[in-house]
Ligand binder design. Structure first.
Ligand code: TV7
Ligand code: CA
Ligand code: ZN
Length: 394
């Protein structure tokens, strides 16, 4: 079992479905599910599998997916293939294409339904292990698809495994948790999860993300996640948003993350925590334009782990696949408390050539933070507003 930096042992359950290695959304797509196989292969190469309970995942069933997603949308996802798409499966719909009509961001592809059932099954199994008390930290790097809505695919996400997992944690009866804190460090706003629990005071959603204009004049996706979005009804103040500028480095990020997470822990006192570890907030990502180092990103994991509550770690975005694999491998080490034991040199394994661009180092180099007083001032203001919001919870 794992002995840790803080001296406390954790039982870590790790969920991995090898089928993920062969999934491709489209030839040019930014989302490359095989990055999870790369992360897994690196975890194995560093010898970490023996420190965790490694579990095969059972695919989520259709009825499990229906607990959150709408009937018509699930019918469509289940029947959608490139062939049925070409034969007009969407034609049976009246007006709404459920986000599946554009064919670029959320394309129909071979084994789409298997892919969805696979990653959702991992997150559900991980949630059950935590709720049943069999695990202190549970990991599913294939999950974290935070944009999917009840009746709509969005931003590369089809099934919202996070909502399914949180509902499992809330459950009913023995072993279930009364309050769940959701934290999202993906570069994008966790809009699908926020919306699903916007009127609940049993789930606090807390997303850190990039917000604002891109150099091309458009809005950084999805264009929501202002500090003013605070939830509604009984859920008022239980939705928390921390928008940031492009270019935020470790120090500025942590100057927001730590005090805000500490305050959320204090006022909300969750019985379980779900952390979406989207790796597109890493420096050098093809989409994110944030500047976190592997250590800075993993600091979010180790900080939350330090609160000693049942913790579910999920993946998410991440588009420079060697960086993603480095980050989730290192965060697996943080979960088992062995991050100080990992040599920086990427070991020889099946995917080692992918790490040449980063000098074959786990901790690839990140640009120096430049002092940007406008960015610092904005970050300090955001922190004040968010802390004030949180202090309104009794
Ligand atoms: C969790 N940005 C998901 C993040 C989803 C981001 C977007 C792309 C993109 C998609 C491609 C592609 C791309 C170079 C980048 C307004 C648009 C602009 C389509 C090209 N290249 C997560 C979603 C975001 C797909 N969408 O949080 C296939 O960029 O900005 C938008 C919307 C309209 C559609 N166009 C992009 O990380 C997993 N998409 C190349 C091929
Ligand atoms: Ca986020
Ligand atoms: Zn993202």
């Amino acid at each position: 079992s794992a002995s840790c930096v803080d001296g406390k042992k954790r039982c870590v359950c790790y969920y991995y479905d090898p089928g993920i290695a062969h999934i491709k959304l489209s030839d040019e797509h930014m989302m490359v599910p095989a990055r999870v196989a790369m992360a897994h292969s690196l975890v194995a190469a560093y010898g970490m599998l023996d420190s965790m309970r490694r579990l095969r995942t059972r695919p989520a069933t259709e009825s499990e997916i229906r607990r959150f997603h709408s009937p018509e949308y699930v019918d469509l996802l289940r029947d959608l293939t490139p062939e049925s798409y070409d034969h007009g499966v969407l034609g049976r719909l009246k007006d709404d294409d459920h986000g599946l009509g554009g064919c670029i961001e959320c394309p129909p592809f071979d084994r789409l339904w298997n892919y969805c059932r696979g990653y959702a099954g991992g997150s559900l199994a991980a949630a059950r292990a935590l709720a049943g008390g069999e695990s202190d930290v549970a990991i599913n790097w294939s999950g974290g698809m935070h944009h999917a809505c009840a009746a709509k695919a969005s931003g590369f996400c089809y099934v919202n495994d996070i909502v399914l997992a949180i509902n499992e944690l809330l459950g009913a009866g023995a072993g279930a948790f009364r309050r769940v804190l959701y934290v999202d460090v993906d570069a994008h706003h966790g809009d699908g999860v926020q919306e699903a629990f916007a009127d609940s005071d049993r789930v606090m959603t807390l997303s850190f993300h990039r917000y604002g204009k891109t150099p091309h004049g458009g809005k950084f996706f999805p264009g929501t996640g202002l500090v003013s979005e605070i939830g509604r009804g009984a859920g008022e103040h239980y939705t928390v948003n921390v928008p940031m500028d492009a270019g935020v480095h470790d120090d500025v990020y942590q100057s927001l993350f730590k005090p805000i997470v500490s305050k959320a822990m204090e006022v909300f006192d969750p019985e379980a925590v779900v952390l979406q570890c989207g790796a597109d907030s890493l420096s050098g990502d093809r989409l994110g334009s944030m500047e976190l180092s592997v250590r800075g990103h993993a600091e979010c994991v180790s900080f939350l782990r330090g609160f000693n509550r049942p913790l579910l770690l999920l993946g998410g975005g991440g588009y420079t696949i060697n960086h993603v694999a480095s980050s989730w491998c290192y965060e697996t080490a943080v979960a088992i408390g062995k991050e100080r034991d990992l040599p920086d040199e990427i070991p020889k394994h099946g995917y080692d050539l992918f790490y040449m661009n980063q000098g074959n180092k786990l901790h690839y180099s990140v640009s120096e933070a430049t002092v940007n007083s406008k960015l610092l001032k904005k970050a300090a203001e955001t922190k004040q507003i968010v802390l004030e919001h949180l202090s309104q919870i009794k």
